[in-house]
Ligand binder design. Structure first.
Ligand code: FES
Length: 158
């Protein structure tokens, strides 16, 4: 276990101790755990279930039901490609495919270096720029699939 992992585990244990036996403790403990780890991998869910003495199925159910909980670690940059109607008819699916290929990951996944998470989104509200993608808060419009590689390079260097 690395020093950082140990430290996080200790922080989580302290949170569990604080909330143990208190009614309605599952949500706050899970929120704090996500604050510590940035997401809720299975081993963290397990530690919570054991620590609070609640069934793992309950922890997992809450983690998957509420969108505030991330089951996977997000990359430094989240890429959202719009698959809303206006973008879709302008080939945003091809843009999304080009990104998946350039990054070597499926939609919904994060690159192993932790840099990019690729997502498909609903209408981003700027249909006039279709097809549109966002990288964190940056908007890219009138995209062509062959442009995405060059755009990714800028973020790799940043
Ligand atoms: S459909 Fe893509 S921005 Fe509206």
């Amino acid at each position: 276990m690395s020093h950082e992992t140990q430290e996080k585990a200790a922080q989580l244990q302290a949170v569990i101790e604080e909330y143990k036996g208190k009614p309605g403790n599952l949500m706050p403990v899970m929120q704090k755990a996500q604050g510590i780890y940035g997401y809720l991998p299975l081993e963290v869910q397990n530690a919570i279930a054991e620590g609070l003495d609640v069934p793992m199925t309950e922890v997992y159910g809450v983690a998957t039901f509420y969108s505030q909980f991330n089951l996977e670690l997000k990359g430094k940059y989240t890429i959202g490609v719009c698959l809303g109607t206006a973008c879709y008819v302008k080939n945003s699916q091809k843009v999304l495919n080009a990104l998946a290929e350039a990054l070597g990951i499926e939609v919904g996944k994060t690159t192993p270096d932790g840099l990019f998470t690729l997502e498909a989104t609903r209408c981003l509200g700027c249909c006039g720029l279709a097809p549109v993608m966002m990288i964190n808060n940056d908007v890219y419009g009138r995209l062509k699939p062959e442009e995405v590689k060059g755009i990714l390079e800028k973020y790799k260097e940043a």
